[in-house]
Design a binder for this molecule. Structure first.
Ligand code: ZN
Length: 491
């Protein structure tokens, strides 16, 4: 285990706390995953990347991490307050598909997008529809504790009763009186004792295609329940980290806490973490604003708001240039700046790999590994870590331009910083930014061609030398002669 002073902002206590896992050397982490009824958009990329960096960082520190990210494939209704049609069932009805066909189709596409963004797969990716029995058992516990009631075949969580014993709203900082005033009476709520009560089990209407037997009715579980149930099943009664977007804080996570306290007697989570939102030109992203851009559209550039395509690595770098708790505003200019910055970073890495060592460094290189780790320990301050990497890049460029000289030891240390901080932890692929491909197998082949070209030049065989350069240019390579030898990169 590496020494660290990692501290994380806990949304529940609203304080920064030193990170100490419940069990030495092990971390349990749960993050709310997607509802798979449509393609992932920029808003999905942020939690995925934020908690991917945390997952990667904890592992780099030496922890064994069990990372659970669920798939919501049942019970997420169209409107708040448990009303409307199930989002997946609606898609299935409109497209004349089996609901699980809709789920599989969009899940495959989600995985494809995540892989492009270099988001590591979680340790367990449980489906809500695969845990109906556990959810029914969990509802029984809440009923036994007296915090839920049955009504017309559905089961609702009794928020008023719960609030009398525990405080409802402590995560989001809301109080029940304000919530009462803000809640509109909606149709179909006569089943509930109180409009704030939320469904644990819903009786399925005859046209509802996804339903399971239960002691109360043929029906389906409420959306909030799956995370309490599956978190407990895979991470235990109490676990370390629960993450998600800020938009999930209320009502989703607030309801999760209420369910855990009702069923288990205590909140299951030690550190609640929330990433902030991405806005587009200052506006929330959403279908109604007509600014809804999927990740696929970013990668292809095929959307009227986009001036050009952006590679997955540019999107990832753009998101990491902000600390996860601050807002990020999307614009073409901001993404183009991220693209340039990433290119500079990758160029510096390429130049670092091509550096020839001197016996002794002519300048003192700061301990970048240590200062980058301090930035990450500081509640995952990724923009600070990136700023330090740019400082390191200045030394590299200066050495590549021949202004300073670096020893092999310093070159190796810088390489380690880029490989581990930028590559392993921030998850930036250090190969070519545009293809997102791993160039390692090809590097040797291109280096060999460079060697043949150098020999040809030495023998004044200009024909061969130019042929190699021109052919590589046709294939999309940049070949540059510098005073330290030849540098190449993919255009
Ligand atoms: Zn959740």
């Amino acid at each position: 285990m590496k020494e660290h002073s990692l501290s994380l902002y806990n949304t529940l206590t609203r304080t920064r706390q030193p990170f100490r896992p419940l069990q030495d050397g092990h971390v349990g982490m749960y993050v709310c995953g997607p509802t798979v009824y449509g393609d992932a958009h920029l808003g999905h990329a942020r939690p995925a990347i934020t908690f991917d960096v945390l997952f990667r960082y904890l592992q780099w520190l030496g922890y064994k991490v069990r990372y659970v990210r669920n798939i919501t494939d049942v019970g997420h209704l169209e409107h708040d307050a448990d009303e409307g049609e199930d989002k997946i069932a609606k898609k299935a009805r409109l497209e004349q598909l089996e609901p699980m066909e809709v789920v599989q189709y969009f899940l495959n596409r989600y995985h494809h997008d995540m892989e492009a963004l270099n988001v590591l797969p979680p340790s367990i990716e449980p489906h809500a529809s695969g845990h109906i029995i556990e959810q029914i058992e969990y509802i029984k516990k809440i009923l036994e504790a007296g915090y839920a009631y049955e009504s017309c075949g559905s089961v609702y969580f009794d928020v008023t009763r719960y609030n009398a014993d525990h405080k409802y709203g402590k995560l989001s900082g809301r109080n029940i009186e304000d919530l009462h005033n803000a809640t509109r009476e909606l149709d179909g709520q006569q089943e509930k004792r109180n409009p704030l009560d939320f469904a644990l089990w819903k009786k399925a209407a005859p046209e509802h295609i996804m339903h399971w037997p239960s002691p109360w009715s043929e029906g389906f579980p409420g959306w909030h329940l799956e995370c309490s149930t599956m978190g407990r099943k895979y991470l235990g009664d109490t676990f370390d980290i629960h993450g998600g977007g800020m938009d999930l804080m209320f009502p989703h996570h607030e309801c999760e806490i209420a369910q855990s306290v009702a069923a288990q007697g205590h909140d299951a989570v030690r550190y609640w973490m929330h990433n902030n939102m991405i806005t587009i030109a200052g506006k929330k992203m959403g279908k109604s604003y007509n600014n809804f851009i999927t990740l696929g559209q970013f990668f292809s550039g095929d959307h009227p708001l986009l001036e050009q395509p952006y590679t997955p690595m540019v999107i990832r770098f753009f998101i990491l240039q902000a600390q996860y708790r601050s807002t990020v505003d999307f614009s073409n200019a901001a993404l183009q700046a991220a693209e340039k910055a990433l290119q500079k970073m990758q160029e510096a890495y390429g130049r670092l790999c091509a550096l020839t060592a001197a016996d002794k460094s002519t300048v003192e290189i700061p301990d970048f590994m240590k200062i980058c780790q301090e930035a990450l320990d500081d509640d995952l301050n990724t923009p600070m870590a990136i700023a330090h990497l740019f400082e390191a890049a200045k030394f590299i460029n200066s050495a590549a331009d021949g202004n300073i000289r670096l020893s092999q030891e310093d070159i190796d240390r810088l390489k380690e910083v880029f490989d581990e901080i930028l590559g392993e932890i921030l998850g930036i692929r250090l190969g070519n930014a545009d293809s997102g491909a791993d160039l390692t197998p090809y590097e040797g082949a291109v280096d060999l061609l460079m060697e043949i070209r150098a020999n040809a030049k030495q023998n004044k065989d200009w024909g061969t030398s130019d042929l190699i350069r021109d052919k590589l240019a046709e294939l999309g390579f940049n070949v540059k002669d510098t005073k330290n030898g030849v540098e190449w990169s993919l255009k």
